[in-house]
Design a protein around this ligand. Structure first.
Ligand code: PBG
Length: 323
């Protein structure tokens, strides 16, 4: 026998030398939930080790992430009040706007990304403005654009629309440009499926739809060609980076979008993916830390350049321990 692949698996050193995919904290974008009030961190029951932070708490957490080599956070806001049209989403004294300013004051080099969507800010929990109980695409674009501009004004480096309205990347780009925020980037959740894996997030961000579901605007999990169409449209509308979400059940989509699209590609390792690992680990059924690293590696190997993940700090710790 001449061909023995095991030769290259004989020692940790040789395995490391021929390793095709490597992870680094620089790959991670760390999601943070921020809300009003003085309580620095309130645990999120379905997401162990994740919290809703106050402004002070979120700055502390961002500092800790930065010290671990994580370059970026993505912010989600829980507003003080909700209404039918998401008014608090674009308020200058809104929770996300305040968090951006506080993080940028303390960590000017950290890349601050913000989620642009109305579901946390509407009392009905849908991602846009309703008209006869349907989300009205074009009316929603105006509010999303105002939200994006308010984030840019507060100092966000990148805005990340996650609402799945048609034409929102183009609308946000032109509104940013007309207000002279030409340097603010757009990371588009271009390929976002209508997924049950968002369950824990909806508890964390208090954004469960009060009736119906999001299938009228988020994508059908059965579709792959449509993913490429969405990615190309957003690229043409001026997105700087695009995202596939969720990650693990859609690794094939990450690969296909990677091959079709020239932009940096992010994947969102969502709340349900996180919660499953934590729950099985707590039951003693899996080694959560090893499963985490295997999952993150698979997302990178599939073709993602960046991974939005609640595991960011934990994985950075593991990577820091590796020799
Ligand atoms: C807001 C938004 C959601 C997530 C990110 N942005 C929820 C949804 O679309 O229902 C989910 C993230 C996660 O599950 O970790 N539209």
């Amino acid at each position: 026998m001449k061909i023995r692949p095991r030769r290259l698996r004989q020692s940790p050193t040789i395995r490391e030398m021929v390793r095709e995919t490597t992870l680094s904290p620089i790959d991670f974008i760390y999601p943070l939930f921020v809300k009003h009030g003085q309580i620095e961190r309130e645990p999120i029951p379905s997401m162990p080790d994740q919290y809703q932070f106050s402004i002070d708490g979120v700055v502390q957490e961002a500092k800790e992430a930065w010290s671990l080599g994580i370059p970026s956070v993505i912010l989600f806001g829980i507003p003080d009040t909700k209404d039918a049209v998401g008014t608090r989403s674009y308020a200058e004294d809104g929770i996300v706007q305040m968090a951006i300013r506080a993080i940028k004051d303390n960590l000017p080099e950290m890349v601050v990304v913000t989620d642009v969507c109305l579901c946390e800010y509407t009392e009905h929990g849908h991602c846009g403005i309703l008209n006869n109980n349907e989300v009205d695409n074009d009316a929603t674009l105006e509010v999303l654009s105002r939200q994006a501009v308010s984030h840019a004004r507060a100092g966000a480096d990148i805005v990340a629309p996650s609402d799945m309205m048609d034409g929102r990347v183009g609308a946000i780009r032109s509104e940013l440009d007309s207000k002279h925020f030409t340097d603010t980037g757009i990371l588009s959740y271009a390929v976002k499926y209508a997924s049950a894996f968002y369950g824990p997030f909806r508890e964390a961000a208090d954004c469960t739809p009060q009736f119906g579901d999001r299938a009228g605007y988020q994508m059908d999990p059965a579709n792959a060609l449509e993913a490429i169409k969405e990615a190309i449209l957003d690229m043409e509308e001026g997105a700087d980076m695009i995202m596939v979400k969720p990650a693990l059940p859609y690794l094939d989509i990450i690969r296909r979008v990677r091959e079709e699209c020239l932009l940096p590609l992010a994947a969102y390792n969502v709340s349900g993916e996180y919660a499953m690992v934590k729950a099985a680990h707590e039951k003693g059924w899996i080694d959560g830390s090893r499963v985490m690293m295997e999952m993150l590696t698979s997302i990178k190997r599939a073709g993602a350049d960046l991974i939005v993940t609640y595991f960011a700090k934990e994985a950075a710790h593991v990577l820091g321990q590796a020799k």
